[in-house]
Design a protein around this ligand. Structure first.
Ligand SMILES: NC(=O)c1ccc[n+]([C@@H]2O[C@H](COP(=O)([O-])OP(=O)(O)OC[C@H]3O[C@@H](n4cnc5c(N)ncnc54)[C@H](OP(=O)(O)O)[C@@H]3O)[C@@H](O)[C@H]2O)c1
Length: 264
């Protein structure tokens, strides 16, 4: 590598790519050490202006790369990364297996597969990360530190990535649906729409922080807010009678099956 070779290339300056740049720079990574490879000129200019990073329309020599393009472009991107002598690659593309990454990169380049989720856009994501066969501990630590810029990272085996995708990858969609329905239900009970929206947004924020920060399980926290014969008990009885647990189980199973199907 020459002295001008960036240590990190982020391939794809879209939603996830820019979330990662923002998180890495906020975490102390120097903008000069990052190059963003983005084919869209407007996005390239925007990223350069917003973050002060180098940009390129084509893949250039780099130490490590985060591949944040759509799944159908990943093999082509990895083939180009191999040609420029990259040493480590983490792909966040849904459905692209480690075997596919390793085939495109070759045996000498460390490949890591990761599945983040959209709260990464506000640095509150959670990522499941699986390491390829040629990864050293240092490669895995590198990948973890990259993804930790936008949330927390959990190491899993690759056969669990479909489950990660179904729970935390698709999970924001389930929660947004519940939020949507709660807002509508509040309006049906006489709340103004803007008031219902404020109540529900803060309900999610507050409950999420409480759940994440409390040493108690979700089950214990639920029991604590449910007085016998009280209002929460009345609401929960409706949800349990409608088999909310089984419905969520089916939703996650369907998402995992779709993830497996897309990977195949
Ligand atoms: N968003 C999520 O919640 C989420 C969660 C987990 C994983 N992922 C994965 O993250 C990846 C990126 O998702 P995203 O939502 O950030 O997509 P996105 O907003 O569409 O960003 C991808 C960017 O990469 C650019 N691009 C495409 N091919 C390229 C190439 N060969 N070289 C350089 N840049 C290229 C695209 O430009 P054009 O628009 O001009 O094509 C676009 O600006 C996907 O593989 C997705 O499966 C996303």
């Amino acid at each position: 590598m020459t002295s001008t070779t960036p240590s990190l290339a982020i391939i794809g300056g879209g939603n996830m790519g820019t979330a990662l740049i923002a998180g890495l720079i906020a975490g102390g990574v120097l903008a000069e050490s990052i190059v963003v490879v983005e084919i869209d000129e407007d996005k390239r200019n925007e990223v350069a202006k917003q973050f002060g990073v180098r940009t390129s329309a084509t893949i250039i020599s780099c130490g490590g790369a985060i591949v944040a393009v759509k799944p159908q472009s990943v093999v082509d991107v990895c083939t180009q990364l191999r040609k420029v002598g990259v040493q480590r690659v983490v792909s966040i593309a849904a459905g692209i297996s480690l075997a596919t990454l390793e085939h495109a990169l070759g045996a000498d380049i460390a490949a890591i597969r990761a599945m983040p989720n959209t709260p990464a856009l506000v640095a509150e994501g959670v990522t499941g990360l699986a390491a390829g066969t040629s990864c050293s501990d240092a490669d895995i630590e590198w990948a973890e530190s990259m993804l930790a810029a936008v949330g927390i990272v959990v190491r899993v085996s690759e056969d669990q990535i479909d489950a990660v995708t179904a729970v935390s990858g698709s999970g924001p969609g389930y929660l947004f649906l519940i939020a949507e329905a709660l807002i509508a239900a509040g309006v049906a009970q006489g709340l103004a729409p803007d008031v219902a929206e404020i109540l529900v947004k803060q309900l999610f924020r507050g409950s999420g922080i409480l759940l994440a920060e409390s040493p108690e399980t979700a089950s214990t926290l639920r029991e604590r807010v449910t007085s016998p014969n009280g209002t929460t008990a009345a609401g929960l009885l409706v949800l349990e009678t409608a088999q909310i647990r089984q419905i969520l189980d089916q939703a996650v199973a369907a998402a995992a099956a779709r993830s497996r199907e897309m990977g195949a």
